[in-house]
Design a protein around this ligand. Sequence first.
Ligand SMILES: Cc1cc2nc3c(=O)[nH]c(=O)nc-3n(C[C@H](O)[C@H](O)[C@H](O)COP(=O)(O)O)c2cc1C
Length: 148
Amino acid sequence: MAKIGVFVGTVYGNALAVAEQAQQILELQGHEVEVFEDATLEQWQAYLQDVILVVTSTTGQGDLPDNIQPLYTELTDKLGYQPDLSYGVIALGDSSYDTFCGGGCTFDELLQEQGAKRIGDVLLIDAIEVAEPELFAQNWIEEWGTSL
Ligand SMILES: Cc1cc2nc3c(=O)[nH]c(=O)nc-3n(C[C@H](O)[C@H](O)[C@H](O)COP(=O)(O)O)c2cc1C
């Protein structure tokens, strides 16, 4: 069973609801799970040999929410390479924006550049089509947790 850190970027709480759903499902599967809002680099670094799930919405024009942007900046500036990390990304957005799910996709690109290993595809959740993102994400989370 895996040690999993769930790192959340949210403005209005939708991504947090998905993260809490993920915690519930993954714990039922026997994983050890902690959810982080306003996370620090140190909290991230505690998972460098383990598993991270990034659950983030998009704000502005393809930007990361304020509660996860500082972590992204620190990862970019201070970490560089994280080859032993396995991760997944759930990206929330709205397809009426040009930069659909830009926040989650930007995070994914950074982790790819830094040599981390993505488990599964990025899950994109479109607010135009999905009223309850935490229910929509259930199957993806179950499959992701099983494949760890
Ligand atoms: C001011 C504002 C800007 C947004 N910008 C984008 C964007 O650039 N790209 C996108 O895909 N979604 C964008 N969205 C949609 C949100 O990402 C989407 O509604 C998401 O479900 C919100 O999740 P949250 O409650 O966790 O923040 C924007 C929403 C707002 C209110």
